[in-house]
Design a protein around this ligand. Structure first.
Ligand SMILES: Cc1cc2nc3c(=O)[nH]c(=O)nc-3n(C[C@H](O)[C@H](O)[C@H](O)COP(=O)(O)O)c2cc1C
Length: 443
């Protein structure tokens, strides 16, 4: 591993439901309105991301309906496993990281699905193992949501069991030798008899290793329990800090937790969630986001009220399309209860109207850059060089043109600056992410 390569950022692209991270972007003129069900389009987007050497596609998922489809597109693909399978067959190098809950799955089923996909994709699969804290998901499985302690207790056992099942077929014993008549060495295909409090499974799982051995584990969830789970198992963490300082502290905690669990700090890669709208000028990018806001006037009113609360002002009765008067800005204070407030106040103080401040994405789920490709590259560079993140989990507002803009405009800038690789490091996801081959349980 060269010094230069060590310093390069890793990027995964979030494939949301086929549109992007803005749930009303399906209405933009550039959008394909039925992208949710159009797997050909999904595949095309994945192929484009692969051209841009994006390390992996990343699919979040919750097994429940979690937003209002009257006006918004879904938050997730129809089914991540099936979408990943379709994409795997039409791509060659890009990694495929899917989110699968440890609370609402059975270890044997999931071990089987992921290993099969890992084998047929030639070692390109990763598993984002989340505990899921949505009551609607619990209801879909005839359950009430278990306590955090129980969900994390189950998560530890679940991952141990899955990794055990993956190892239950020994290495080098898939013989399929017509001469000798031996298909496999049964002496090396053994049950695991896993007996936990939450998970019991016998195995063996009759699937040989992939080229990367087995999928690396990702994790998302910032509680101390979440950090402990990541410290034990995760090679990647999907994080959602809003400031560089917050991100650095979180990354340090994760690295320390990895070491506490007998691993190297560098074995954990933090992927900070980041959203963007790219256009030829900042004004053009803002115009697109104003349009997104105006698709739903009721929600716009709610967002304005929330923005007011973020900076300690009451926006009732104001013209939200005009910058705030100086006298108001002097009274404004960032609300310490929301880490996004300082940025909101900063944008208002730059002279943007409340509507344009919202258009900057100041109350989105992740930090947002609205501007040119250079603005996006500058943001990524600043966070990366500050040691805030090992990489990014990027989310375009609209996938259809956003992926293209990132791949064609931002990637070359990052490459010219020596911040992003020129090509994939190898064939497998582990090789792309500089992770060692692993087969079996993380001890
Ligand atoms: C950045 C991020 C992404 C997440 N993505 C998902 C997801 O796709 N599906 C899911 O069921 N839960 C997801 N979660 C929720 C976690 O699974 C977890 O239930 C939640 O964060 C509560 O756990 P915690 O107390 O450790 O934060 C996500 C959490 C974070 C912070």
């Amino acid at each position: 591993m060269t010094q230069e390569r060590k310093k390069q950022m890793k990027i995964v692209l979030q494939m949301v439901s086929g549109y992007g991270g803005e749930f009303r972007s399906w209405r933009l003129p550039e959008a394909k309105a039925d992208a949710y069900t159009d797997m050909d389009l999904y595949v095309e987007m994945a192929q484009l991301a692969e051209k841009g050497k994006i390390h992996a596609l990343f699919m979040a998922d919750t097994p429940a309906l979690t937003n209002h489809l009257e006006t918004e597109s879904p938050m997730h693909s129809m089914d991540p496993l099936i979408a990943m399978t379709a994409v795997a067959r039409a791509t060659k190098r890009i990694g495929l990281v899917g989110t699968f809950s440890t609370t609402f799955n059975e270890a044997y089923n999931l071990a089987r699905h992921l290993k099969t996909l890992d084998v047929i994709s030639h070692g390109r699969v990763g598993w984002n193992a989340v505990t899921t804290s949505t009551s609607a998901a619990a209801a879909n499985f005839g359950q009430h949501l278990a306590s955090r302690q129980e969900r994390y207790g189950r998560a530890h056992e679940f991952i141990e069991a899955v990794q055990g099942l993956w190892r239950s077929w020994g290495e080098g014993v898939y013989l399929h030798d017509k001469e000798t008549g031996q298909f496999a060495d049964m002496g090396q295909i053994r049950p695991i008899h896993y007996q936990g409090t939450y998970i019991q499974t016998s195995g063996p799982l009759p699937i040989p290793p992939s080229e990367q051995g087995q999928p690396p584990i990702f994790q998302a969830g910032p509680s101390p329990d979440g950090i402990h789970l990541a410290g034990r198992f995760a090679s990647g963490v999907y994080a959602n800090p809003f400031t560089i300082e917050e991100a650095k502290a979180y990354r340090q905690m994760l690295r320390a937790e990895a070491e506490k669990n007998g691993r190297q700090a560098d074995e954990i890669n933090v992927f900070t969630g980041f959203m963007f709208t790219i256009a030829d000028s900042k004004e053009e990018a803002l115009a697109r986001r104003r349009q997104l806001l105006e698709f739903d006037q009721d929600e716009l009113a709610q967002r304005l009220a929330y923005l007011g609360a973020m900076v300690g002002l009451n926006f009732q009765g104001i013209d939200p399309y005009q910058p705030l008067p100086q006298s108001w800005l002097q009274l404004a204070r960032a609300n310490p209860g929301d880490p996004r407030s300082p940025r909101a106040l900063e944008v208002l103080k730059e002279g943007y109207s409340p509507i344009d401040t919202l258009a900057h994405g100041v109350i989105n789920y992740h930090p947002v850059v609205v501007g040119t490709a250079t603005d996006v590259a500058d943001f990524l560079q600043e966070w990366f060089e500050a040691g805030a993140s090992d990489g990014f989990s990027i989310v375009p507002d609209l996938a259809h043109d956003g992926i293209k803009a990132f791949v064609e405009q931002v990637v070359p800038l990052l490459q010219d600056r020596g911040l992003f690789h020129q090509d994939y490091e190898g064939q497998t996801l582990r090789e792309h992410l500089d992770l060692p081959y692993q087969y079996g349980r993380q001890e």
